[in-house]
Write a protein that binds this ligand. Structure first.
Ligand code: SF4
Ligand code: SF4
Length: 292
C-alpha cells in the first residue's frame, strides 16, 4: 500500500468540512479504554455498548447504519443530518482521519494512504478551507490522551505475549519436543477475527475487553496499567498450577490468542506480529515450528 509520510510541520487542507463521508464504509478499531469512552459518551455501560454497537468481542465498531456515501453503510454511531453521536468520545482513528499513525523504532510517524489527500474524494470542498499543519490538526482533534492509551495498550499486548512465551519456553514445553504450539500461534495470526474470539472464549474476552476498573477517564495510562494487573492476576490464578504439557500448550495458545486479539484492536497486523514473535521464540531456542 502506498502511503505519504508526513512531518508535523507539513501543511494540508486539514479543516474538516463535517460532511461525514468518512463515517461510511470504514473499519474503526478500538482498545478497551476507547470502548469505555464511547460507552460513557452514550451513557450506557461498556458491556451494553459492546453488545449493541461493536463486533469481534468489542474491538471494532459496527458499520450497520443506513446506506449512504458510495453505497456503503454508516457507522453505528452516525446520525443522518447530525453527524457523530459520540463526538466527544470518538476513538483515535476517527480523530486522526485522514491521517494514520505508526510507531517504528519507538518513533511516532504520521501519514495518509495513497498519493492524493484522502478527504478530496468525498469532500472536495476542503481545498477551499483553511490549511493547517499536521501538528495543529492533531491538537485540534485532541488526540493526545488517545495516543497515550494506544501506546499503553501496546505494552499490555506485549505483556500478554510474554506470558505465552514463558508458558512455552520457560516451562520445559518447548524442550520436550512440542510441535503443536508454534504452528497454532502462526495459524491464529491469520485466523478471521470472530474465529479467534470463539477460540479465546467468553470469559477471557470479557476480561480482555471489559475490565472492571473505576478510574478517572482522563488517565488512560493508569487505566491500561490496572487492566494489565487484572490480566496478569487472572493468568497467574488460572495457569499457576498448570502441570501437563497439554495444559501448558493450551494455556500458551490462549494467551498468545489474547495478545493477538488486543493487537488487532490497536491496529497492529496479527499476522506480521506473530511471525515476529515466532522468530523471537526460535532465537531463544524454540523448536517445533514446521512453518505451516
Ligand atoms: S472526509 Fe475529511 S473533510 Fe470530509 S468529513 Fe471526513 S475528515 Fe472531514
Ligand atoms: S465514531 Fe463517530 S466519527 Fe467515528 S466513524 Fe463513527 S460516527 Fe464517524
Amino acid at each position: 500500500m502506498i502511503t505519504t509520510k508526513l512531518s508535523l510541520h507539513d501543511i494540508l487542507p486539514l479543516t474538516c468540512s463535517r460532511s461525514g463521508t468518512c463515517c461510511f464504509g470504514k473499519s474503526v478499531l478500538l482498545n478497551p479504554w476507547e470502548l469505555l469512552c464511547l460507552a460513557t459518551e452514550k451513557k450506557i455501560t461498556p458491556r451494553q455498548f459492546r453488545d449493541r454497537y461493536c463486533e469481534f468481542g468489542g474491538i471494532r465498531l459496527r458499520f450497520d447504519g443506513a446506506i449512504g456515501w458510495k453505497g456503503q453503510h454508516a457507522c453505528s454511531q452516525y446520525i443522518a443530518d447530525f453527524g457523530c453521536s459520540v463526538h466527544l468520545g470518538r476513538p483515535l482513528s476517527c480523530r486522526l482521519y485522514p491521517l494514520g499513525r505508526q510507531i517504528q523504532s519507538e518513533e511516532v510517524h504520521y501519514m495518509f494512504e495513497g498519493n492524493e489527500f484522502p478527504c478530496l474524494e468525498g469532500c472536495p470542498e476542503v481545498s477551499g478551507l483553511p490549511q493547517l499543519t499536521v501538528d495543529e490538526y492533531l491538537k485540534g482533534q485532541a488526540t493526545g490522551l488517545f495516543e497515550k492509551a494506544q501506546d499503553a495498550y501496546l505494552e499490555v499486548m506485549q505483556n500478554m505475549a510474554d506470558i505465552a512465551f514463558e508458558l512455552f519456553l520457560d516451562s520445559g514445553l518447548s524442550e520436550s519436543g512440542d510441535t503443536k504450539t508454534l504452528p497454532l500461534w502462526r495459524k491464529m495470526g491469520s485466523e478471521p477475527p470472530q474465529e479467534l474470539v470463539d477460540r479465546i472464549g467468553v470469559d477471557w474476552i470479557d476480561c480482555l475487553i471489559l475490565p472492571e476498573i473505576t478510574i478517572n477517564l482522563e488517565d488512560p495510562i493508569s487505566f491500561a496499567q490496572k487492566h494489565n494487573d487484572l490480566l496478569q492476576a487472572k493468568a497467574q490464578q488460572q495457569f499457576g498450577a498448570t502441570q501437563t504439557n497439554q495444559e501448558l500448550h493450551e494455556d500458551s495458545v490462549l494467551l498468545m490468542g489474547a495478545a493477538l486479539h488486543l493487537a488487532r484492536g490497536i491496529g497492529a497486523n496479527p499476522e506480521t506480529l506473530v511471525d515476529h514473535w515466532i522468530e523471537t521464540a526460535r532465537e531463544n531456542g524454540a523448536k517445533g515450528d514446521d512453518g505451516l
